[in-house]
Design a protein around this ligand. Structure first.
Ligand SMILES: [Zn+2]
Length: 243
């Protein structure tokens, strides 16, 4: 059984790093602007594409438009973590799972109790004033009438997430690359090997076993040492039952 082999790999591993991919969010019903149907719907509603709206340039020149999009399409999709994330947190107490790396901005692994999470694209809980650095809550942004402003400086807040076309935080990139380079097992959840997160991180992996759990089959799957093409949440729940 593949699940038993998965258990064996993880139990023998000395340093596992997990890449938590976007399929994990999609299983929860969180959509990304990259999905074509969603992008079309957004263009219909806002008169601009997500590529135009979700940018630092839009925030600088049309902050009202930016925050309308950000509130309705990004913040409103926030949900409590699924059981897959709680299973991941439980897994961390049973095997040597050192780091969890994600591009998701909802801070789901940490909210489910995971330790050592690297949020490559920041999180929706990092809003702050670009001038004085004062942090602001998600609620503050949701309750702001139009553009959420710093109470002290009166300038539009920075949402604290990486927008399209923006450089990813260098510190997070270095930390993730370092973590992956030291892993003997890389556990990829909810992403294919050509996904953004894998394209960025796989180059640093020189360990023994590459494990992939992703519902959709992909032509690159054969590169992994173990592939389970099933729903991530189901596999993770089965796994923690037998650990
Ligand atoms: Zn300020």
């Amino acid at each position: 059984m593949k699940i038993d082999y998965l258990k064996e790999i993880l139990q023998k591993a000395e340093n596992i790093v997990c890449l938590a991919g976007k399929e994990m969010s999609r299983e929860m019903g969180i959509h990304t602007y990259i999905e074509a149907a969603k992008a079309y719907e957004i263009e219909e509603t806002y008169g601009s594409s997500p590529e135009e709206l979700y940018t630092a340039q839009c925030l600088a020149t049309r902050p009202e438009k930016f925050y309308e999009y950000y509130r309705n399409e990004v913040l409103m999709q926030d949900k409590e973590p699924s059981s897959a994330y709680y299973a991941l947190a439980k897994l961390q107490t049973k095997v040597n799972l050192s780091w969890i790396i994600t591009r998701s901005i909802y801070d789901l692994p940490k909210r489910a109790g995971c330790q050592n999470v690297i949020n490559l694209h920041g999180t929706i809980f990092n809003s702050h004033c670009p001038r004085c650095g004062q942090p602001y809550s998600k609620e503050y942004i949701l309750e702001a009438k139009k553009v959420p402003l710093c109470e002290k400086c009166g300038v539009p807040l920075n949402p604290g997430v990486t927008m399209m076309g923006e450089m990813v935080d260098n510190h997070a990139i270095t930390k993730a690359a370092d973590a992956v380079s030291k892993a003997d097992v890389l556990l990829v959840l909810g992403a294919n090997l050509r996904s953004k997160i894998c394209s960025e991180e796989l180059q640093y992996f020189h360990g023994k076993k590459l494990v992939l759990i992703n519902p959709e089959k992909h032509y690159m799957d054969h590169i992994a040492d173990l592939v389970i093409n099933e729903n991530v949440e189901d596999v993770m729940n089965q796994l923690v039952e037998i650990l």
